[in-house]
Write a protein that binds this ligand. Structure first.
Ligand code: FES
Length: 339
């Protein structure tokens, strides 16, 4: 499978487990079997050759950095989801895929935390929360974890047996399942609302929330939590879905020249157009996934003046070196760009 640039390394799928009727986990190792370096909560951006179209998608790692010889991601079927459904239909042990190095800021290392961790998830959003839980437990960190997961029915819970095992093994890991339909009195039936949140978390003092799931779920939980006295500086969310679709940009009269020395290319970009759109318009293949400044797949290095609305997925060192997220950056002068 061809790759666009050297940001990618090839990973081999070594195990596939079908977890539910519509979700599977895939374990990967480096082709050279070197260990992975990552933080719990980070994601991998894969390059997928989808019928000769290169597409990019970010999937959170659900395994622990304390077991660095492989990484596991979970993929859930989504109605109309091109890439996830393609991978579920085709990816098997033995196949190799290009992927970017793990990235992302949804980690304990990058955020303010306390010793009381509320890990809240729904659907496949369980994956980064599970990595954070396992990492904390593997490292014997002095934390109390309350894992609150929402799903339709118990059979939809990805890696349910691992969650149960963690709850049995560790006194400082408490599991709450909220199911839309449940025949087990141990689980809550219905959806997470304010009264249930207050029942589950009577004391919001000294708590940290890491939350990942569908955007409607996260929006609803954020509203519930912000109506309490929870300190929102400790509310950390992960989303790979843009919150609102931006319309077509309205171009201004100002254009800047973009020079791409590696490809010996020059083209014009409007100052209201993202650099990613301008590069794609000029026929340059740039990796991208979320198009909303979250995943980091579209990063490139620029010399010149730019206006960026997000640098969330970049490290301080990358920003210092001149990297920007091209999906969230517009030219404010002529630029020289490298991938
Ligand atoms: S495409 Fe995800 S940050 Fe730009």
């Amino acid at each position: 499978m061809p790759t666009n640039n050297n940001q990618f390394e090839r990973l081999r799928c070594i195990k596939r487990i079908d977890q539910t009727t519509d979700a599977s986990t895939f374990e990967f190792e480096h082709l050279e079997q070197t260990p992975f370096e990552f933080q719990a909560g980070q994601f991998l951006t894969f390059e997928i050759n989808h019928y000769n179209n290169l597409l990019y998608r970010a999937y959170s790692i659900c395994s622990s950095p304390e077991k660095p010889n492989s990484v596991t991601v979970a993929i859930k079927r989504v109605p109309g989801g091109k890439v996830s459904n393609y991978l579920l239909d085709n990816l098997k042990a033995g196949h190799a895929l290009p992927a970017m190095a793990p990235a992302g800021q949804f980690t304990q290392e990058a955020n303010k935390t306390t010793k009381n961790l509320l890990l809240m998830s729904a659907g496949s959003g369980i994956t980064p929360c599970l990595a954070i839980a396992q990492d904390s437990l593997d490292k014997n960190l002095d934390v109390n974890i309350h894992f609150i997961h929402s799903a339709r029915i118990s059979d939809d819970v990805i890696m349910a047996s691992l969650l149960t095992e963690l709850a049995i093994k560790h006194d400082n890991f408490r599991l709450t399942l909220i199911l839309e339909k449940s025949d087990n009195a141990e689980h809550f039936e219905g959806r997470l609302d304010s009264p249930l949140f207050t029942q589950l978390v009577p004391d919001t003092n000294e708590q940290t929330i890491f939350i990942c799931g569908p955007s409607l779920y996260m929006k609803s939980v954020e509203e519930i939590v912000s109506a309490t006295d929870f300190n929102m500086e400790y509310f950390h969310k992960e989303s790979f879905v843009p919150e609102a679709k931006a319309g077509e940009p309205v171009f201004s009269d100002i254009n800047h020249q973009i020079t791409f020395p590696a490809l010996d290319k020059q083209f014009m970009a409007n100052d209201q157009q993202t650099l990613l759109d301008a590069m794609q318009g000029a026929g340059i293949k740039v990796p991208y996934s979320c198009k909303s400044g979250i995943c980091g797949a579209c990063k490139c290095k620029v010399s010149g003046d730019v206006v960026s609305s997000s640098s969330e997925a970049l490290t301080a060192e990358q920003i210092e070196l001149g990297y920007v997220l091209s999906c969230s950056t517009k030219a404010n002068s002529d630029l020289i760009v490298e991938l």
